[in-house]
Design a protein around this ligand. Structure first.
Ligand SMILES: [Zn+2]
Length: 298
């Protein structure tokens, strides 16, 4: 394209967007989020005023991640860095340092009650707080308040977007509770690869058992796997579920050795790509509860 033609095309494009001389185009505020679930929440609250960069993308494992130079560049240009906290993002401190980030770090779990558990005789904090929709509401209010503090001109927009999102989360809570209530109590038991659903289990009354701990960093020992196999047989646990962020081989093995069927794939620590079944926080819940219901109801 020659320069003149390019200019004409660019002007036409700008006119299309309603941007031109005398019309101020609002630049969206750049922010970063550590992983896809949190990134979606920030997008829902920020709307068009915010441009969100997410480090660990769809189907990615937020426990273990190798930041790239592109991540450092995005973070250096961000006004806010949203993290989950509770020990999820062990790789973040290094990224923050290498990027020279000078903005505000916002911990989305601020104010929630962390779930503690004992693993190999040590007390560990469970980072998967987003799997309880009640906690999801706290994430949303923390995100809203941080966006208002950084961009006061957007207060009305952020408040309206947050309220709409909070209402939708409340509706999803009802859906999940109703779905669990329909399941026979003795079938409310689920095996997953790593311990990502402790908050979900505590909030909605399903027992989750996992050969791996609250992080994917350490692999399950032969002893852990043997223990679970015994438990599945003894308690007649009906189904095991794969996760979108973990290797499926371990659970396929457990399924073969116990006869427990594979109930499908649950989205634990990451969303699906946008065109998949769990492209947003709420679609993740919808997909997970439908998958659980289908496998456990009969
Ligand atoms: Zn996890």
């Amino acid at each position: 394209m020659n320069r003149r033609l390019f200019f004409v095309a660019a002007a036409a494009f700008a006119a299309m967007l309603g941007v031109g001389p005398g019309v101020q185009a609002a630049e969206p505020m750049k922010v970063s989020a550590s992983f896809s679930i949190l990134g979606d929440m920030v997008k829902q609250v920020g709307g068009g005023r915010v441009e969100v960069f997410t480090f660990v993308g769809p189907n990615g494992d937020a426990h273990v991640y190798e930041p790239t130079p592109a991540d450092a560049k995005e973070l250096s240009e961000s006004k806010i860095l949203f993290i989950n906290g509770l020990g999820l993002e062990g790789w973040m401190t290094r990224l923050e340092k290498s990027s020279g980030f000078k903005g505000t770090v916002v911990t989305a779990t601020k104010g929630i009650t962390p779930r503690k558990m004992v693993e190999n005789e040590k007390t560990v904090t469970d980072p998967h707080a987003w799997q309880d929709l009640g906690n999801g509401k706290i994430y949303v209010t923390n995100i809203r308040d941080a966006l208002i503090a950084a961009d006061p001109a957007g207060k009305v927009t952020y408040e309206a977007n947050a309220q709409k999102f909070l209402d939708a989360i409340a509706q999803m809570e009802t859906t999940v509770k109703q779905a669990v209530a329909k399941l026979p109590p003795e079938r409310r038991k689920i095996i997953t690869t790593h311990d990502a659903f402790g908050y979900f289990g505590a909030a909605y009354g399903i027992e989750f058992i996992a050969p791996e701990g609250v992080s994917t960093e350490s692999e399950a020992s032969a002893k852990d796997v043997a223990k679970i196999i015994t438990q599945i047989k003894k308690e007649k646990i009906p189904a095991v579920f794969l996760e979108n962020v973990t290797d499926s081989r371990l659970l396929e093995q457990i399924s073969r050795e116990t006869g427990a069927k594979i109930g499908g794939t649950l989205f634990s620590d990451a969303l699906s790509p946008p065109d998949g079944p769990a492209g947003t926080y709420l679609d993740m819940f919808r997909n997970n509860i439908e998958t659980m219901s289908a496998a456990l109801s009969s």
